[in-house]
Design a protein around this ligand. Structure first.
Ligand code: GUN
Length: 306
């Protein structure tokens, strides 16, 4: 018998968000083709207020991917100094337009606009972000509603990596409305035991070391390293932090990738992990929105310019 002393454990394998998002986009493309044969043409409206450079990139990518899978995408731009009334007027028009199935208002909005008022002006059945309180409540109650895209994408990464999640202990680090809270809810629905760790938690690393699954969504570059992880943990890094240095800009996650991969069994890289999943699930949500609207009998006229 050979005993290996001081053997270095194998590094974690990467969870390939690009490859898994390509599977999701293929699923969407196939469904779009089926719907087109029935003269149904799902459409997504994206509204950007102002000229935030990061938001410009996100919106461009959303529109591009939508077109690639055959979803009609409509881009709306308002100036940085647009009034809240102008934003609400546009949302009212899009709510009333039966050829528009999904509405996304890119966040953050300029400081003079009340974000909650805008989110709650969107018809919940067109709220492809899943941020409306009606959808948040439905998610918690396990009703079929539109669900936030990033947590949905993370769940797909976890299912592709681990299969059944039942009975696993998941720790979500961060409690935002966009990621942390819906992520914890989705993990609970998948029969995990769920803990949410946040800035007031006592000994966050010790709580995290109990986890089979760690989802990090705090926006603190490299906060979570190997010392936070149980050997073999599966790590999903939602963080996208832009770091500027003399050698240029680079993106890093909330997890110290080099350190964490010495202990974890699987980990999402940044970039190329969670990022591509968010857009893929936005497009899936657009199809779900179209289907929910058909189920309640909203007529979906063929657009004259389709
Ligand atoms: N800004 C950053 N992430 C998001 C998102 O998921 N949806 C919207 N609408 N804006 C964002």
């Amino acid at each position: 018998m050979t005993i290996l002393l001081n053997a270095t454990p194998a590094p974690a394998r990467d969870i390939d968000g690009k490859a898994i998002s390509a599977l999701v986009l293929d699923e969407v493309r196939e469904e779009v083709e089926v719907l087109a044969r029935q003269q149904i043409f799902p459409a997504l409206a994206v509204l950007l207020v102002g000229e935030d450079p990061a938001s410009e990139v996100y919106v461009r990518n959303k529109l591009l991917r939508a077109r690639e899978v055959g979803i009609r995408s409509l881009e709306y731009r308002l100036a940085e100094n647009a009034s809240q009334a102008e934003v609400l007027d546009l949302i009212a028009q899009l709510n009333a337009d039966v050829t528009v199935n999904g509405i996304l208002v890119q966040l953050p909005l300029p400081a003079h606009i009340d974000e909650a008022a805008v989110i709650h002006a969107i018809d919940p059945i067109k709220d492809v972000d899943g941020f409306h309180r009606e959808n948040v409540g439905g998610l918690v109650q396990g009703i079929e509603v539109l669900t936030p895209c990033t947590p949905s994408g993370c769940m797909r990464l976890l299912h592709e990596t681990c299969g059944d999640l039942s009975g696993k202990h998941a720790v979500v680090i961060g409690r935002s409305n966009i990621v942390g809270k819906p992520m914890a809810t989705l993990l609970l629905q998948a029969d995990c035991s769920v803990s949410v760790v946040h800035s007031r938690s006592v000994d966050a690393p010790a709580l995290c070391r109990l986890a089979d699954i760690v989802v990090a969504a705090v926006g603190r570059p490299g906060l979570i390293d190997a010392s936070w992880l149980k050997p073999g943990a599966v790590v999903i890094d939602v963080g996208i932090n832009r770091i500027s240095s003399e050698s240029g800009n680079r993106l890093v996650g909330d997890v110290d990738y080099a350190s964490a991969r010495t202990v974890a069994s699987a980990i999402t890289p940044v970039p190329g992990g969670v990022g591509p999943m968010t857009i893929a699930y936005l497009l899936k949500n657009t199809l779900i929105a179209s289907q929910l609207q058909r189920a309640v009998g909203i007529r979906q006229a063929e657009p004259a310019f389709a």
